[in-house]
Design a binder for this molecule. Structure first.
Ligand SMILES: [Fe+2]
Ligand SMILES: [Fe+2]
Length: 211
């Protein structure tokens, strides 16, 4: 995979037309963590990124309980659970890698701003995703697609605007789990690329939303 090419593809692409909920979230994040992209801000993004997948998984397990008398349908729901899990795990690696980088860079973070507030944002975002999913799954997929589109652009811009990252090698504790990259720029491009994949999966689900 040519990660630089993938970066350019994102930078040339239009952002999706975000709805009011995602706009409020991005506005709040700019307000609390500042407009410039930073490792600490990305970490907040990743704390929130996992929760729609957790919400869908939760609803899907309840659905399996109600549909196991029609095993084929229940199996399709379970396949969806598996797909959500994969994306949730992928977001988990993003979060752990960022946590590691923040620690290694010696970035100081406040307890309220960087521990408590992200949990509160994630709590609300979980419930919004859950309720939207129960009302109509496509609504929840759309919100997630917007969130992932935003994340994709943020990571690719970060890789493009921080030339110094090209000089820094990445050999972190999670390279065995997530992959090895010659430079931090490539690491961020790969994370951005993952976000694009998550977005595309949500857009696909949105087009064919039965569960
Ligand atoms: Fe992520
Ligand atoms: Fe993502």
């Amino acid at each position: 995979m040519d990660l630089l090419e993938e970066q350019n593809k994102t930078l040339k692409s239009e952002k999706l037309p975000y709805g009011p909920l995602s706009r409020i979230l991005f506005w709040l994040m700019d307000l609390i963590y500042g407009k410039p992209r930073s490792l600490s801000k990305f970490k907040v993004l990743e704390v929130i990124a996992r929760v729609p997948y957790q919400a869908w998984e939760n609803v899907a397990y309840v659905a399996i309980t109600h549909t196991y008398k029609t095993p084929n349908f229940a199996r399709r729901i379970f396949e969806f659970v598996r797909e959500s899990r994969e994306q949730q795990d992928n977001e988990q690696w993003h979060l752990l890698i960022l946590e590691e980088l923040v620690y290694k860079e010696g970035i100081r973070e406040g307890f309220i701003r960087h521990r408590i507030i992200p949990q509160i944002l994630a709590f609300f975002y979980y419930h919004i995703s859950w309720i939207l999913y129960v009302i109509r799954p496509a609504y929840s997929y759309r919100l997630n697609a917007h969130f992932e589109d935003h994340a994709e652009h943020e990571y690719m811009h970060y890789a493009a605007e921080n030339k110094a990252l090209e000089e820094k090698a990445y050999d972190g504790d999670f390279s065995k789990d997530y992959g090895r990259f010659n430079t931090l720029s490539d690491l961020f491009r790969k994370i951005g690329f993952d976000e694009r994949h998550h977005k595309e999966m949500s857009l696909l689900r949105m087009a064919d939303a039965r569960f």
